[in-house]
Design a protein around this ligand. Structure first.
Ligand code: NFS
Length: 653
């Protein structure tokens, strides 16, 4: 497509259908062009990425540079490519871990205030999980009511964040052998705050200049995120808002309604969005919406906020990361409410072409051109109601409305507890049936497909092509984040998708009634996958450590620093992890070699890079096959036709 830029020059943009495999998105990319709104899909076509930056060898940590280092040219201080690439890599881990842990901190503050009864609207909901976590923290619960236990737990959680010495409590959730390995290697994590500060110190000019030492600390910092910050966020959110159970909902831009006030919540923390859910159901506000000429109030989510309120409330998902601007381009979004992370600065500019009001709510995340309505957990309901009122007021101002019809069903809500229950059955919740089916080969292994979208690759296409390939090869897939939304839009999150699975996986899915791709939540909820793989180990029969079980992970459309932190905590926990798009240390052969091979000796896990989804699936499967072989479960089982008796047995084994 040809388009003139502001200087009157002709520019060539790829066709929308080449930039995304999502037809609703393609329609909106074209509508945006017609309406004069510029989106990431336009910008990416005109911005060439810098190879020094993308490959990790641009050093700009002091003012002698920036230095673009190569194998034959060090930085002014003498820093080599391996030092620079290692430093940049662990700084990405630190930034990602900081985002997750700051999310956790907000949750903990609210959790403590809820336990004290200081924050109307928030309460301690999941008693079972509260007691389970209190036990992990060795909290004496005798004679205490739930709020007293929660208060103690909240204060302990807060102390965990900045634990200066020793290791964090939640590492106890990992298999014994794994914990020992971390201790032997000196990477068992202290509090995430300390690990992040130390990362920044070590990577300051002239401190840690031994790449292995730098990367080893990267492992430790990432573990403080996965088993600390992220895990605390997930666990406490579950206790406050309820542990997810399977729930049906709808996804894609078609969930927006022509005749209702549409509010989109976008970002990450469920603290405000949970309150907005309540406000949109307030009869008084619904009445106000009707007075404004709408039939009601429709709430939908984007990115991980979407995943949070989808998992617990079944709120529809409008789209993933690359659909945030496109949702506005429907002309039907009356307010987009954002908090932190993955929010494009372009939103207010795109909104100028329509009537949408962009509302920022976090003191940490303001955007010029947006309305700021600061959210504080003490006045959460009030703020939520005021936001809804603004959206209602905006409704009559709509123009250029065209909502794509695409929407499709999905099933979400696969917390670790749900997987346990679904596969184990009502009376004997356990991972036994899953382990047995992995051992007998019906399920070859488990792969976590997680992470973002990135306009440098075809939107959604990489995720869905990869996942289809995996399930066809009898791999049970666990998804989170924007990857989960891609799969949902492709119809892979409904039980009927079992038709696309290999014969063994299909049998299991049909017997138990689950989709072959299980939605485990937001990116912070990748900690659920850590718990799930640990439970597989503890159940027995598949080795003694995460590095032995037939499981792997990947982020084929990654873009954020959080994805690097997540990838590294999986590698540090013993998983093989693949990245698509580009690899952040690509310019240093030494570092890439270390991360792709040698690190395995330390953590039992390793990285790989493969942008092609089919080839990526092949590598993941090869690694799983290798582990099956090491476990002695690689022999092909003879295929038999199942009669009813055998099916029943499959359900209750
Ligand atoms: Ni994860 Fe969620 Fe999406 Fe990527 Fe951003 S929303 S935290 S970082 S883009 S998956």
């Amino acid at each position: 497509m040809k388009k003139q830029n502001e200087n009157g020059e002709n520019k060539f943009y790829p066709a929308a259908s080449e930039q995304t495999s999502c037809t609703a998105s393609a329609k909106m990319i074209n509508k945006a062009k017609k309406d004069g709104a510029e989106t990431a899909f336009d910008r990416v076509a005109s911005l060439k990425s810098c190879s020094f930056g993308s490959g990790g060898t641009c050093c700009r940590i002091c003012s002698m540079g920036p230095c673009r280092v190569t194998e034959t040219r060090t930085g002014v201080c003498g820093a080599t490519t391996s030092t620079v690439a290692a430093r940049n890599f662990v700084r990405m881990i630190a930034a990602g871990a900081a985002a997750h842990s700051d999310h956790a901190r907000e949750v903990i503050f609210t959790f403590i205030a809820a336990a004290k009864g200081e924050v109307p609207g928030y309460e301690i909901k999941d008693d079972t999980k509260l007691h389970a976590l209190a036990k992990t923290f060795d909290i004496n619960v005798e004679g205490k009511d739930k709020n007293q236990i929660a208060l103690e737990l909240g204060e302990r959680a807060l102390a965990e964040m900045s634990k200066q010495q020793g290791e964090i409590t939640l590492v106890k959730q990992a298999p014994k052998k794994r914990q020992e390995r971390w201790r032997e290697e000196g990477i068992s994590p202290r509090g995430v705050d300390r690990e992040i500060v130390e990362t920044m110190h070590r990577t300051h000019m002239g401190v840690d200049q031994d790449y292995k030492n730098i990367l080893l600390h990267g492992c430790r910092a990432s573990l403080a995120d996965g088993w600390g910050g992220s895990m605390l966020a997930t666990e406490l959110q579950d206790i406050m808002f309820g542990t997810p159970i399977p729930i049906r909902a709808k996804v894609n831009l078609g969930v927006l309604k022509e005749d209702e006030v549409n509010i989109i919540v976008h970002g990450h923390e469920p603290l405000l969005s949970e309150m907005i859910v309540a406000a949109t159901r307030d009869p008084e506000l619904v009445e106000q919406a009707k007075e404004a000429g709408a039939k009601g109030i429709n709430l939908a989510g984007i990115c991980c906020t979407a995943n949070e309120i989808l998992m617990r409330k079944g709120i529809p998902v409008a789209g993933n990361f690359l659909q945030q601007e496109l949702a506005i381009c429907t002309g039907a979004v009356d307010a987009m409410v954002v908090d932190v992370q993955c929010i494009m600065q372009s939103l207010p500019t795109v909104a100028q072409c329509y009537h949408t009001e962009i509302i920022t709510t976090s003191s940490k995340g303001k955007i010029l051109g947006a309305t700021h309505m600061e959210f504080d957990h003490h006045n959460a309901i009030e703020t939520a109601k005021n936001i809804v009122k603004r959206a209602i007021k905006n409704y009559p101002k709509r123009r250029k409305v065209d909502i794509p019809k695409e929407e499709i069903e999905l099933v979400a809500g696969f917390s670790h507890e749900t997987i346990n229950y679904m596969l184990g059955g009502r009376f004997r919740a356990s991972y036994r049936p899953l382990n047995d089916n992995i051992i007998n080969g019906r399920i070859k292994g488990v792969v976590g497909v997680v992470g973002c979208n990135n306009p440098r690759v075809k939107h959604d296409y990489v995720h869905t092509t990869l996942v289809k390939e995996l399930i066809a090869n009898n791999i049970l897939v666990l998804v989170t984040g924007c990857a989960a939304i891609s799969c949902a839009k492709e119809g892979l999150l409904i039980p009927e998708a079992a038709e696309l699975a290999g014969a063994g996986l299909r049998e299991v899915c049909e017997a138990v009634g689950i989709p072959p791709v299980l939605h485990c939540g937001s990116c912070v909820d990748n900690s659920r996958i850590l718990v799930a793989v640990s439970e597989i180990v503890k159940e027995g029969g598949l080795g003694e450590d995460i590095s032995e079980i037939p499981a792997a992970g990947c982020a084929p459309e990654w873009m954020s620093e959080k994805a690097v932190a997540i990838g590294q905590y999986f590698v540090s926990s013993g998983a093989v992890v693949g990245f698509g798009v580009s690899f952040p240390t690509a310019n240093s052969e030494i570092i890439s070699d270390y991360l792709f091979k040698e690190i395995e000796e330390t953590t039992g896990g390793k990285w790989f890079y493969e942008p092609d989804p089919v080839k990526m699936a092949k590598i993941l499967i090869e690694n799983i096959d290798k582990r099956r072989k090491a476990l002695g479960i690689d022999r092909e089982k003879e295929r038999v036709l199942y009669d009813m008796e055998m099916r029943r047995e499959l359900e209750i084994v």
